[in-house]
Design a protein around this ligand. Structure first.
Ligand code: PRP
Ligand code: URA
Length: 207
């Protein structure tokens, strides 16, 4: 499985803002949006382009557009904080939604929303979720996509745990991961260490 760590000074700086327990919700959301921009930029580096003739005010030249715009799939709640930024970068993209809440006892995802196109054959998909911890939520989401015919899925995660990366690898799903960091480990409560805490709570408040 292809795992790309965006090891850029600006990404490290925004991630540090997100990690810092003193960062309030508004600043956390702003840093997440900026980091999302960098991750999407990297994730789409090899996107196929279609050429079209254009006229500048000076001359005729070749213009480019994304040939096959991806489906964006934020995983609610926390992935919602990445959705607008991703859409700003790829305005032609369609957006689907998956809602999952991790049971904090069993660490298993409990699905509560699924709003996806029926047929994803031939369409690249970018899944947006800041946290890849045990990997349970991501595996569930990718299985929903694969059931619909997706074969080209990229998981965009601000942070990943080695356990989550391994889980995805073992699942044998057609996915690659773009992240700003692979952290040390999960703790006994299933939180990423050092991590940033509960991403959804830090964006929107504890429920
Ligand atoms: C978080 C996060 C992922 C999931 C990762 O969401 O946004 O979806 O946990 O954990 P996993 O890899 O162990 O499955 P959570 O379920 O806390 O819901 P929230 O976004 O509503 O806060
Ligand atoms: N979900 C989060 O929001 N944070 C973690 O550290 C693990 C799962």
């Amino acid at each position: 499985m292809d795992v790309r760590v965006v090891d850029h000074p600006l990404a490290k700086s925004r991630l540090s803002t997100m990690r810092d327990a003193r960062t309030n919700s508004a600043a956390f959301r702003a840093a997440l949006q900026e980091l999302t921009l960098m991750l999407i930029y990297e994730a789409t580096r090899e996107a196929e382009l279609a050429e079209e003739p254009i006229h500048t005010p000076v001359a005729k030249t070749t213009g480019y557009r994304i040939a096959n715009p991806p489906l964006l799939v934020p995983v609610l709640r926390a992935g919602l904080g990445m959705a607008d930024q991703a859409h700003r970068l790829i305005p032609e993209a369609q957006m689907g939604f998956v809602g999952l809440a991790r049971d904090e006892e069993t660490l298993l995802p409990t699905p509560y929303l699924e709003s996806l196109p029926a047929d994803l054959t031939g369409r690249p998909v970018l899944v947006l979720d800041p946290m890849l911890a045990t990997g349970g939520s991501m595996v569930h989401t990718i299985e929903l996509l694969v059931e619909r015919g997706a074969t080209d899925v990229t998981a965009i995660c601000t942070l990943a745990a080695p356990e989550g990366v391994q889980r995805l690898e073992e699942a044998g799903l057609p996915v690659r991961v773009v992240t700003a960091s692979i952290d040390e480990r999960l703790n006994e409560s299933g939180y990423i260490v050092p991590g940033l805490g509960d991403a959804g709570d830090r964006e929107y408040g504890a429920v």
